[in-house]
Design a protein around this ligand. Structure first.
Ligand code: TNX
Length: 550
């Protein structure tokens, strides 16, 4: 049983002693060097042990035990096989033991076992221990295992994330010896991708799903419709995609998902324990739909397709039954093709819908949409309507200091028995420039958003009456007016998504305060992993970059 040391300083000393002792040994017997774990998001508890590290070798197996652990094991194996070149067979534990091959020192065991996570945290909690005697990850659910696998990956050298085989001489895949207990602070941790302003194809979306999964993100909100494009096939309304799907900002790249494409995205996300939240933005942000079906306008005139980046000029006709037939069709089909519990109906910036009409429209369509059994989400402006289905969720996107009645609108959801998703634009909008002059992005949300700013905010201190219990979670949106390729999206997302997901996952500190100085080196280490994986990121000037992360 290795002795436990909880102070980082003592462990660092132990490693130095270990390394110095190693020089006296014959070459080849030296234990592999390991660095101190640098984890994002920071787990609830981590104890570093002073024994030798766990080492993955050509003999290693991934032993799986119960409850969907096999799929998680296959996922982990597929990731590590690429860089290590090892076979990493995935073996059912029952088979391993009957074959008289119990877990060996180089094996990774993934077990679903009740009671692994503390009460109340069964869904995503996990326990992980690594030592020279083996690596063992346990959770109450396969989902918990999957979250724990993201932590396990971060214990190995960054090169393990390489998308090609690493042949460097003497590479040893060692993970520091640790005991970790972990579970999330908030149940909903989201990333939003705007596929309407620029279209991103299925392969791009899958790539982003893999990217965000690294940070334990568990929801992908797809902003499927806007003035510049309608991106989802709806039976009976073919022109939505034929015409409405053809445009984009600057007319650079239109496109849409067929129902089969959407199913493929949803399934891919599900395998990574990520729930897709589809958004159909109503009643504004609808120019693409109006260009396709002029009967949805009050004049009956089709507006031209729109390729600019203004907002707030379009609205469906509120006093026409045709509008409600349209919304009802769309909502029912979206509900039918979405296994997740949520349907997002937008409601933001409906500046050309008269206020009384807006309220009437929102009350009617949210009530109708709730008939599908889904929980409705709306941007906070929807809170101007009070008679929404009970439990409707509000997504707050004003600033960390609320502006323009956003606070009152948001409180409506809480009064109505719903919770709130926080996306304060000045800190959580990943489409804001990092600093003046960075290549992509806008600056309307109180100017640039540095990594430090994206980390320096307190979820419970934004809106009076919206505390820990009222917050369902946190989401970081990316609006893609200025982004054309997935590489551009990644550059904007990383490393700031790490800030937002750490606030969403890691335990609340005193006064809900987050310590940037402690976070910054961990983000640099995480960025080395992005670098190894070929994922785009920005070398933001407020982080302590080292040469290793070139
Ligand atoms: C505001 S925030 C929007 C989007 C834009 C974004 C650009 C919100 C709910 N709506 O329509 O794309 O700003 O940053």
């Amino acid at each position: 049983m290795p002795r436990r040391r909880t102070t980082v300083g003592l462990v660092a000393l132990a490693l130095v002693v270990l390394a110095a002792g190693g020089t006296a040994l014959a070459i080849g017997l030296r234990p592999p060097e390991v660095s101190m774990p640098q984890l994002v998001p920071q787990p609830v508890s981590i104890t570093t042990l002073d024994g030798d590290p766990f080492e993955l070798t050509g003999e290693s197996r991934i032993l799986v035990d119960g409850g969907g652990s096999d799929a998680v094991g296959e996922h982990l194996a597929a990731t590590f096989r690429v860089s290590t070149g090892y076979q990493l067979p995935v073996v059912e534990m029952a088979d391993a033991t009957t074959d008289a091959a119990p877990p060996g020192p180089h094996d990774i065991t993934l077990a679903v076992a009740p009671g692994s996570a503390p009460a109340g945290h069964e869904q995503e909690g996990y326990a992980l221990s690594t030592a020279a005697t083996g690596a063992r990850l346990t959770a109450d659910t396969a989902e918990g295992l999957f979250r724990g696998v993201q932590t396990l990956r971060q214990l190995f050298p960054a090169a393990i994330e390489s998308r090609e085989r690493v042949d460097a001489l003497g590479t040893r895949w060692a993970a520091a010896s640790v005991d970790i207990d972990d579970y999330p602070r908030f149940a909903y941790r989201g990333a939003m991708l705007d596929v309407a302003r620029h279209f991103f194809d299925v392969a791009d979306v899958k790539r982003y799903i893999d990217d965000i999964a690294l940070l334990k993100t568990n929801h992908l909100h797809l902003h499927l419709t806007d003035d510049q494009g309608w991106r989802i096939e709806i039976d009976g309304w073919p022109k939505l995609t034929e015409i409405g799907g053809s445009s984009s900002v600057n007319d650079e790249r239109g496109g849409f998902y067929t129902k089969a494409d959407y199913a493929e995205i949803v399934a891919y996300a599900q395998q990574r324990f990520i729930t897709v939240v589809p958004e159909i933005d109503l009643p504004g942000h609808t120019n693409a739909a109006l260009a396709a079906y002029p009967e949805l306008t009050c004049t009956g005139q089709a507006p031209p397709l729109y390729t600019g980046i203004e907002v707030g000029f379009s609205t469906v006709c509120i006093n026409s039954e045709e509008t409600y037939r349209f919304v009802s069709d769309v909502v029912r089909q979206m509900a039918a093709m979405t296994p997740g519990p949520y349907l997002h109906l937008g409601g933001d910036e409906s500046l050309s819908t008269p206020e009384a009409d807006f309220v009437r429209f929102i009350e009617r369509v949210t009530t109708d949409a709730a008939q599908t059994g889904k929980t409705i989400i709306g941007w906070h402006e929807m809170g101007a309507a009070t008679a929404m289905p009970k439990g409707t969720i509000g997504q707050y996107w004003s600033f960390t200091r609320p502006q323009d009645g956003a606070e009152d609108d948001t409180i409506t959801f809480v009064r109505n028995g719903g919770q709130v998703i926080l996306s304060p634009a000045d800190v959580a909008y990943l489409d804001m420039v990092y600093e003046t002059g960075t290549e992509f992005g806008q600056a309307w949300a109180q100017g640039p958003t540095s990594v430090r700013e994206s980390y320096g905010w307190k979820p419970t201190r934004i809106i009076d009456g919206v505390g820990e219990e009222e917050i369902l979670g946190i989401e970081a949106p990316i609006w893609t007016e200025t982004m054309h390729r997935m590489q551009d999206v990644e550059y904007m997302a990383f490393p700031r998504l790490a800030s937002v997901m750490e606030i969403a996952w890691s335990p609340k500190a005193e006064h809900d305060q987050h310590d940037f100085e402690a976070f910054a080196p961990r983000v640099v280490a995480f960025s080395e992993r992005l670098e190894a994986a070929g994922i785009g990121y920005h070398r933001a000037p407020d982080l302590p970059w080292t040469d290793a992360a070139q």
